[in-house]
Design a protein around this ligand. Structure first.
Ligand code: BEZ
Length: 389
C-alpha cells in the first residue's frame, strides 16, 4: 500500500470517528440520571420508582435500544429550592443522556424547565404537576404516571354519584395538593355537590390536629384528601384517632393508601380511593410483574414501582426506534407517541401532551390490599390545558 493511499484511509477513518456522536461511540453506555427523593416523607416512593425502573432494564438484559445502562443518582430531597441546581448537575456536570424524575410536583416543574431549555430527554415517573403536560409540555418531556387532575377528577365523580353534597378538602399547600383538589372539585360540582371548605398545611407538615378539629366542627357529608408517603400514614392514623372515621367518610386520591398499608394498619380499612393501579388486578401481565418484583426486592410493588417500570418501558420503546441514538428526538417521540405501553396497570397510550391516557380504578382497602372494586373513569385523558405542541 503506498503512502498516499495509507494517508487517505487514515483520514477517512478519522472522519468516521468524528462523525460518530459522542454518545453513540462504540460501546458507550447510556447515562440515565435518576433524580428522586431518597430522604424525607417521599423516600420510599423514590426507592420504589428506582426498583421498578431497574427491574425492567434487568428483564431486557441490562440494555435498552442496544445500549447498556449506567445510572447516576441524585437525592432531590423533595426540595424545590434545590431542584434547579440538582438537575443542572445531572445535565451539565454528569452529561446524562436522559433524566428520570421525580416524585414532588414542585421539583418536577424545575426539572421540566431545564429539560425544555436544554432539550434533554425527561421522563417523569410520578410527579403529577398539571403544568408538565400542560403549559410546559414539550416534545422531549414524557410522563409514565398521571396528572394531578386525573385521580382527583375521577374521585369527584364517585363522591357526587354517592350523593355527598357538602365536602371539605384537606391537603398539603403545593401544586400536587392544589391540583388534586381542583380536579376533584370540578367533577363534584358538575355532579351537583360542592366543596364547602378547603383546608391545607405546608408541605411536608403533619400537624393535623387543628385542621381535624375544624373538620369535626364543619360536619361535612364527606372529606376528600391528597396526601402521600409518610404524611399519608400519619393523616389516616390521626383521622381515625380523632374519631372522624366513624362519622365522616374519608375519600382520597389513591396515594393516601398506596405503599402505606403496613404502617396504617386497621385505620385504613374500608377507605375508598381512586388511582391508575390497584393490588388485585389479577391480569397475567400484572401477576408476572408482581412476582418478579417480589423476587427481586423481597417487597410487594405499589403504584410507584409500576410507574418506574413504565418509565423504563417508555425509554426502551423510544430507544429501540432510534437504535439507541437519543439525539434523534423527533423519531424517539414519534415512536413513543404511537406505542401502546404494556403496563402492569393495563395497557396505556400517551396523549399528544405525553401524559398517560388510562383507566382510573376505584379501590377499597381490605386488609393489606387496595382492592379494585370498579373503574371510576375509563380511558381518562388529562385536558392538557395550555399545552401547545
Ligand atoms: C406530587 O407531588 O406530584 C406527588 C407526590 C406524591 C404522590 C403523588 C403526587
Amino acid at each position: 500500500m503506498n503512502l498516499f493511499r495509507t494517508t487517505l484511509l487514515a483520514a477517512a477513518a478519522a472522519t468516521a470517528v468524528l462523525a460518530t456522536p459522542m454518545a453513540m461511540a462504540q460501546g458507550a453506555k447510556l447515562k440515565v440520571g435518576l433524580m428522586l427523593p431518597y430522604t424525607g416523607t417521599f423516600a420510599a416512593l423514590g426507592v420504589a420508582i428506582e426498583n421498578g425502573f431497574r427491574l425492567y432494564v434487568q428483564e431486557q438484559g441490562g440494555k435498552l435500544g442496544g445500549r447498556e445502562i449506567e445510572f447516576v443518582k441524585v437525592d432531590d430531597e423533595s426540595d424545590p429550592s434545590k431542584a434547579t441546581d440538582n438537575v443542572n448537575k445531572l445535565v451539565k456536570r454528569d452529561n446524562v443522556d436522559v433524566i428520570v424524575g421525580t416524585v414532588h410536583s414542585g421539583v418536577a416543574m424545575a426539572m421540566a424547565k431545564v429539560a425544555k431549555d436544554t432539550g434533554t430527554l425527561l421522563i417523569v415517573p410520578n410527579a403529577g404537576a398539571d403544568a408538565v403536560t400542560g403549559p410546559m409540555c414539550a416534545p422531549n418531556i414524557f410522563r409514565s404516571s398521571f396528572s394531578n387532575w386525573q385521580p382527583g377528577f375521577a374521585m369527584g365523580e364517585v363522591v357526587a354519584k354517592k350523593g355527598h353534597k357538602k365536602v371539605v378538602t384537606i391537603t398539603w399547600k403545593y401544586a400536587a395538593g392544589d391540583e388534586s383538589v381542583k380536579g376533584f372539585k370540578e367533577a363534584l360540582e358538575k355532579g351537583g355537590g360542592q366543596v364547602v371548605k378547603e383546608l391545607s398545611l405546608p408541605f411536608p407538615g403533619v400537624e393535623f390536629q387543628a385542621l381535624l378539629t375544624e373538620i369535626a366542627a364543619a360536619k361535612p357529608d364527606a372529606v376528600y384528601t391528597f396526601f402521600a408517603g409518610g404524611g399519608a400514614v400519619k393523616f389516616v392514623k390521626d383521622y381515625a384517632a380523632a374519631g372522624l372515621k366513624k362519622s365522616i367518610p374519608l375519600y382520597g386520591a389513591g396515594f393516601l393508601t398506596d405503599g402505606t398499608l403496613e404502617a396504617q394498619g386497621a385505620d385504613a380499612d374500608g377507605l375508598f380511593t381512586t388511582l391508575h393501579y390497584g393490588d388485585s388486578l389479577g391480569t397475567p401481565r400484572d401477576s408476572s410483574f408482581r412476582l418478579a418484583y417480589a423476587k427481586s426486592y423481597k417487597l410487594q410493588p405499589d403504584v410507584y414501582a409500576v410507574q418506574g417500570y413504565d418509565a423504563a418501558q417508555i425509554l426502551g420503546t423510544g430507544l429501540a426506534a432510534v437504535k439507541g441514538d437519543v439525539s434523534k428526538k423527533a423519531e424517539f417521540a414519534a415512536a413513543v407517541q404511537k406505542a401502546k405501553i404494556d403496563s402492569p396497570r393495563g395497557p396505556f397510550t400517551l396523549s399528544k401532551a405525553h401524559n398517560p391516557v388510562q383507566d382510573i380504578y376505584l379501590r377499597q382497602v381490605v386488609g393489606k390490599e387496595n382492592k379494585v372494586v370498579g373503574i371510576a373513569s375509563k380511558g381518562l385523558t388529562d385536558p392538557a390545558r395550555n399545552c401547545r405542541m
